[in-house]
Design a protein around this ligand. Structure first.
Ligand SMILES: Cc1cc2nc3c(=O)[nH]c(=O)nc-3n(C[C@H](O)[C@H](O)[C@H](O)COP(=O)(O)OP(=O)(O)OC[C@H]3O[C@@H](n4cnc5c(N)ncnc54)[C@H](O)[C@@H]3O)c2cc1C
Length: 439
């Protein structure tokens, strides 16, 4: 592009931003990433766990995550992607059961024989639906009750919806659940599930992306919280907590709506503002347990007992060998909630005290003395609540103001948000900007 190098400002430094910047700098654009914290990676950031990097929140890759896989190939990291066998379980009031394959369904005691058949048929019916628009007008609750009856809904689906959306469980669109089930089933086999994991954690990919960005002249502004975007004479100005930078041709916002609404207040239309106001998110609080003892044989356990105050147990060392973590068992306790929930304000020890009676109910051998260390990580904007007919309510990647782009979890639909789709949206925005500049 020679002297005509176009300037792009990217707000936020998570995977949408990194993948967008990676594409743009390689095509000669002058890109600046503004990230409010002191490092890049966003929700996918990793921590040191007994000498090995690990994700703050559990993390795996599905077979259908082709954008992640393509990026790993592009960056020569595909040999780091491993596909260990992972077992899934469901904990209901009657106990812990293997779940997720036709064989385990047959052995699943909380459902009667007839219920198992109805459940199996409803999942097959769902997988045969190719066009989400046919079901987006139904709530997940309506569709499930209609197709498998109230009893099965209450035993299987309702606890899962409550786990993620709490009191808003009856507002969630069937298109969201359809996307979620389809995604998960791409990694299933008749014997069980195989999920992908990056040897050395997602940090390996983040570090490589940063290396590529630096090599290609991307400017990375850390500890720079963006406060305002203004447009004057077809050029954008970015104001952060302590600087003002001018002359951007394009701005890509990747931060969630609550902040985006404020940052973009000068440039959003009334309709965009209203749509942003209407979208709500759930938050997430993940407890990380380093333990001397294993909790179960399963990698992923969904909690279907409504008396238990958390939604899932992810025993990471049932996917990746514990020898990587100094022989500690690494267990994540996943919990989605709202930021005003009492549990959201608790520290790691307090949260563990709340959870312990239920962990020992699930495995009587699991004792407090087995716990070596506890850590807690939280995300305020963990999951948008996708309501019915979302295709009519969502804002696309291009905002009305020319040159302004939006790439957040709210642009991902009908699939459930995830790393693959962060990379997809980041790449799509970059392609759009590149195509506008092809003479
Ligand atoms: C508990 C949990 C578990 C998950 N597990 C998986 C999984 O196993 N597999 C999977 O594929 N996906 C998983 N996901 C989803 C995945 O992590 C996200 O979809 C993805 O990381 C989102 O990336 P992003 O770039 O859109 O946003 P983010 O990662 O949220 O990045 C946004 C960035 O913007 C920065 N920022 C915010 N405000 C400002 C501002 N004013 N100025 C400058 N910077 C700002 C933030 O600090 C952050 O770095 C999980 C999510 C959660 C919450």
């Amino acid at each position: 592009m020679g002297k005509m190098r176009k300037k792009v400002a990217i707000i936020g430094g998570g995977y949408t931003a990194l993948s967008c910047a990676n594409r743009l700098v390689k095509k000669g654009f002058d890109v600046t990433i503004f990230e409010k914290t002191d490092s890049l990676g966003g929700i996918a950031k990793c921590i040191e766990c007994n000498g090995t990097k690990i994700e703050k929140h559990y993390r795996h890759i599905f077979k259908s995550d082709k954008y992640v896989i393509n990026l790993l190939e592009e960056l020569d990291l595909i040999n780091k992607l491993k596909w260990p066998e992972t077992k899934m379980a469901y904990y209901s009031k009657n106990g812990l059961y293997a779940f997720g394959t036709p064989f385990t369904l047959l052995k699943y005691r909380p459902l009667s024989f007839i219920e198992k058949i109805i459940f199996g048929f409803s999942v097959v019916k769902l997988k045969l639906i190719k066009d989400y628009k046919k079901i987006e007008k139904y709530t997940a609750e309506e569709w499930m009750i209609k197709n498998c009856g109230e009893k099965i809904y209450k035993k299987i689906w309702e606890p899962l919806l409550i786990t993620k959306f709490g009191d808003n469980k009856d507002k969630v669109s069937m298109a969201w659940l359809w996307g979620k089930i389809n995604l998960r089933s791409t990694s299933g086999t008749l014997e069980g599930e195989r999920l992908g994991y990056l040897d050395g954690s997602y940090d390996v990919l983040t570090e490589k992306l940063i290396q590529e960005l630096n090599l290609n002249g991307c400017k990375i502004e850390l500890n720079q919280k963006v406060e305002e975007v203004k447009k004057d004479n077809a050029e954008y100005t970015i104001k952060t907590t302590d600087k003002i930078i001018n002359h951007f041709d394009y701005v890509v916002n990747t931060v969630p709506y609550d902040s985006a609404k404020y940052i973009l207040r000068n440039v959003l239309t009334d309709d965009e503002n209203r749509k942003m106001d209407n979208l709500k998110y759930t938050s997430a609080k993940t407890l990380l347990i380093y333990s001397k003892k294993s909790l179960s044989n399963f990698y992923w356990t969904n909690i279907g007992d409504r008396d238990i105050p958390f939604g899932g147990i992810i025993e990471h060392t049932n996917m990746i060998d514990k020898s990587n973590y100094n022989d500690n068992y690494i267990i994540y306790i996943s919990n989605y909630m709202y930021k005003d929930d009492r549990l959201f304000s608790l520290n790691a020890e307090e949260l563990f005290d709340e959870y312990y009676p239920y962990l020992s109910q699930i495995n009587k051998e699991f004792k407090k003395e087995d716990v070596l260390k506890l850590e807690v990580y939280e995300e305020l904007y963990a999951q948008p609540i996708i309501t019915t007919n979302y295709s009519e309510k969502m804002i696309g990647i291009k905002l009305e103001e020319d040159g302004l782009y939006l790439g957040t979890m709210a642009q991902i639909y009908p699939e459930d948000r995830g790393m693959n789709y962060a990379i997809k949206i980041g790449t799509e925005i970059a392609e759009n900007i590149i195509n506008r500049n092809i003479k």
